[in-house]
Design a protein around this ligand. Structure first.
Ligand code: ZN
Ligand code: ZN
Length: 269
């Protein structure tokens, strides 16, 4: 069954299309469950340090959730719309994020490491940040933050686990030694990992996480979610056929969906 648990929309400032456009695109593509998961407003930076168009303003969050809930009701019977959020893992901001998440009836929450301090490592406009840092040290810090995110208990699934490779300039050799420890810790934390097809559209030219990581995760039976990370409606479900094929090859027969933050199995056949 085709599902997509990672999408954005115009409120975040770097995506196009209204929520409704994503729902309609999903229906047209035969998606049975569509997760709306726009970016959490940025809590850890003062306004003057936020790169414009990084995430929705704090004041928009209630409107986002309200609109998503209305679409869930409106399209019930045609498609199962899930109301979610892609939250940021920022060390030291756990309680603020916990309070924010508790204020809304989310079906699920993706936890993603985008920021190392005030540097957004996933933003192509901030690639200059690599010039002044040691790439190996950046990888070490990135995976340390991923492990903290897994252990935090804040999230249902971990977004784009090896997104550090997104722009194609970080060789696997720089972080290979960090993967096993990360996988074991994710297993112990009992959290899902997202298989994110957007990497297929980036210079790294493969899904997050890599096949190698997926094989490691399968050997520990780590549960998965899948998502396109669409930032425009025509990318809903994009690449998920490739992802499903890969998951079957690796030996996965199920992924997971969520209702009211409770996980259930979905067969991928
Ligand atoms: Zn985004
Ligand atoms: Zn993300």
């Amino acid at each position: 069954m085709l599902v997509d648990y990672h999408t954005h929309h115009v409120r975040c400032g770097h995506a196009v299309g209204e929520l409704k456009d994503y729902v309609q695109a999903a229906i047209a593509k035969g998606v049975k469950e569509l997760g709306l998961s726009d970016h959490q407003p940025i809590l850890h930076l003062p306004p003057e340090k936020i790169v414009p168009g990084s995430a929705m303003p704090v004041a928009e969050l209630p409107h986002y959730v309200q609109e998503a809930l209305a679409l869930q009701a409106q399209y019930a019977g045609q498609i199962d719309v899930k109301v979610g959020l892609e939250a940021d893992w920022i060390e030291g901001y756990e309680e603020r994020v916990r309070a924010l998440l508790a204020a809304y009836p989310f079906d699920y929450v993706i936890g993603s490491v985008h920021f190392l301090g005030d540097w957004d490592i996933t933003n192509s406009a901030e690639l200059a940040g690599w010039d002044t840092r040691d790439a190996g040290a950046v990888c070490t810090e990135y995976f340390r933050q991923v492990r903290l995110a897994a252990q935090s208990g804040l999230f249902d699934t971990l977004g784009h686990l090896d997104v550090i490779k997104r722009f194609g300039h970080v060789p696997v050799a720089l972080y290979e030694h960090l993967l096993e420890e990360t996988v074991l810790l994710v297993r112990d934390a009992g959290v899902c990992v997202e298989v994110n097809a957007s990497g297929l559209r980036y210079p790294c030219a493969e899904q997050f996480p890599s096949r190698r990581l997926l094989e490691m995760m399968k050997s520990h039976d780590i549960p998965l979610t899948v998502g396109s990370d669409a930032h425009q409606p025509n990318y809903v479900a994009a690449g998920l056929g490739t992802v499903y094929d890969l998951l079957r090859e690796v030996g996965y027969t199920h992924i997971h969906g969520f209702t009211a933050r409770t996980r259930y199995e979905i067969a991928i056949e």
